[in-house]
Ligand binder design. Structure first.
Ligand code: RP5
Length: 163
C-alpha cells in the first residue's frame, strides 16, 4: 500500500515542529513518511525527491523549513502534487523570515502556506487529510466527527463562572 503524505523538512532540528503534522495525520488514520530533504545542503536529494514524488505514490506533500526557507517552493516547482508549506520558527527572526520565504510565491507556482510553528504544522497535517478526504468518505466522516466533538467540548467548557 502506498503512503499518501510525504512530510519533509530542511533539517533534523525541524522535526520537533514537523512531527505535529504527523500527529494530525495519524489522528485521522492517514499514512505518512517523514524525512529530511534540505534545499541548501542536499539539493540533489531535493530534486530527486520532488521529481519522483508522484511515482512514489504520494498525493500531498507537507514541507517545513526555517530561515531562508526555499524547500516548499522548490518542491512545488518540480511536482504537480499540492505542497503545503510550514514556516518553522527560526532562532534569529522567530520564523518571520521562514514565513515570508514560503508565502510570497510567484503566480503559477503554488504553496499553501500555514502559520509559523507547531500550530501551522498540525494544521498542515489536518489540511492534507482534508484534501485526501474529498475522495475518501470514511476519512471525511472521521474529520467531521472530530470537528463536532471539538465544538461540543468548547460548548461544555464555555461557562467560566458567575456571581
Ligand atoms: C533550515 O535551516 C532548516 O529548515 C532549519 O529550520 C534551519 C536551521 O537548520 P539547522 O542549522 O538546525 O540544521 O534549512
Amino acid at each position: 500500500m502506498t503512503i499518501p503524505v510525504a512530510v519533509v523538512m530542511g533539517s533534523q532540528s525541524d522535526w520537533e515542529t514537523m512531527k505535529e503534522a504527523c500527529d494530525a495525520l495519524s489522528q485521522f488514520g492517514v499514512g505518512w513518511k517523514a524525512e529530511v530533504v534540505s534545499a541548501h545542503r542536499t539539493p540533489k536529494r531535493l530534486v530527486e525527491f520532488a521529481e519522483t514524488a508522484v511515482d512514489q505514490g504520494y498525493q500531498v506533500i507537507v514541507a517545513g523549513a526555517g530561515g531562508a526557507a526555499h524547500l516548499p517552493g522548490m518542491i512545488a516547482s518540480m511536482t504537480p502534487l499540492p505542497v503545503l508549506g510550514v514556516p518553522v520558527k527560526s532562532r534569529a527572526l522567530s520564523g518571520l523570515d521562514s514565513l515570508l520565504s514560503i508565502v510570497q510565491m510567484p503566480k503559477g507556482v503554488a504553496v499553501g502556506t500555514l502559520a509559523i510553528g507547531a500550530a501551522g504544522a498540525w494544521n498542515a497535517g489536518l489540511l492534507a487529510a482534508q484534501m485526501l478526504a474529498a475522495r475518501d468518505p470514511d476519512l471525511l466522516k472521521r474529520i467531521a466527527d472530530w470537528k463536532t466533538s471539538r465544538a461540543d467540548q468548547v460548548l461544555a467548557d464555555a461557562h467560566l463562572g458567575q456571581e
